[in-house]
Design a protein around this ligand. Structure first.
Ligand code: FPP
Length: 275
């Protein structure tokens, strides 16, 4: 974190396009733009296991090892915010055994790694619906969030029991209730207000969303927040994903030009108002 200053604008969620990371600078010779917030759809655990004749749950288990490596690698690169999609609202459609295994795995990760992450000054946040999940899991999440609340090296946000449709609908309902109670004028609801009403955990919107596993979709992940994210799809099954693959995604991100609907300087210069 000493490498890269936290320059994200927490109010708007918009981060400047160009920030320079000295560690990557050393490795690539040229300074490259660094994402402040990387979000990852960790796909391919099931296929990884099936290809080895193993139960799908074994793929998830190996996926946790990749989680450890990638959290470490992101921290070393001074990435201030990392969000991992661990369990989606729609994952409940899977067989009960797999659902229970996945839930247990995420809890196990938090239980085993919490002290180390805390020592490494990592702040843990969780997004997703907490209604209906076991009290034991809820307590564990609250404990991890409270213990690490003041840590500043990096924020690791875990999307757990998370779905964007549900998140957006819950936010709309919350605002509608405030309007009904006379606390808010309907006319005051605009995209900035709506954005602030979403659970932000103090994080900016993701700059870079990576999906592994060879599928090309967002699967109900950060749909509102991804409006101007750069999307990178890497056809690597999550348990096989390495620090080098993350580095490739960061370098590719650095080549992208982010215009947020505007024009780049070169384009502006080529428009001659007299023509
Ligand atoms: C998608 O693979 C992956 C998941 C549904 C779960 C991801 C969970 C982990 C990597 C481990 C726990 C997470 C943390 C943060 C400790 P898939 O099962 O859909 O794979 P497939 O597309 O090959 O079937």
């Amino acid at each position: 974190m000493d490498i890269q200053t936290k320059i994200a604008d927490k109010q708007t969620g918009k981060t400047p396009a160009k920030t320079v990371d000295k560690a990557v600078h050393k490795k690539t010779a040229q300074p490259i733009a660094m994402p402040s917030h990387i979000a990852i759809i960790m796909d391919g655990n099931g296929r990884w296991a099936e290809r080895r004749g193993l139960a799908r749950t074994q793929g998830h288990k190996h996926g946790v090892e990749t989680v450890r490596k990638i959290v470490e690698a992101a921290g070393q690169r001074g990435i201030p915010y990392l969000t991992l999609y661990a369990f989606s609202s729609e994952n409940h459609k899977r067989p009960e055994e797999e659902v229970n295994f996945l839930m247990g795995l995420v809890c196990d990760y938090v239980e085993r790694d919490l002290e180390r992450l805390h020592t490494e000054n990592v702040c843990i946040k969780v997004i997703g619906c907490r209604d209906g999940i076991e009290a034991r899991i809820r307590k564990l999440i609250e404990h991890a969030e409270q213990l690490t609340a003041n840590n500043q090296a990096m924020t690791l946000q875990v999307a757990f029991n998370y779905g964007s449709w549900q998140e957006i609908a819950t936010t709309a309902r919350k605002l509608a209730e405030q309007v009904a109670a006379g606390q808010l004028q309907a006319a005051d609801i605009d995209s900035d207000l709506f954005d602030r009403a979403l659970t932000r955990n103090g994080l900016p919107h993701p700059d870079l969303i990576i999906r592994t596993g060879g599928e090309y979709r967002l699967s109900n992940f950060l749909l509102w927040q991804s409006a101007y994210a750069e999307l990178i799809f890497q056809p690597i099954l999550w348990p096989d994903y390495t620090e080098e693959d993350l580095q490739k995604a960061i370098v590719e991100y650095g080549r992208r030009e982010r215009r947020y609907g505007g024009l780049n300087n070169a384009t502006v210069q080529t428009i001659n108002p007299l023509e």
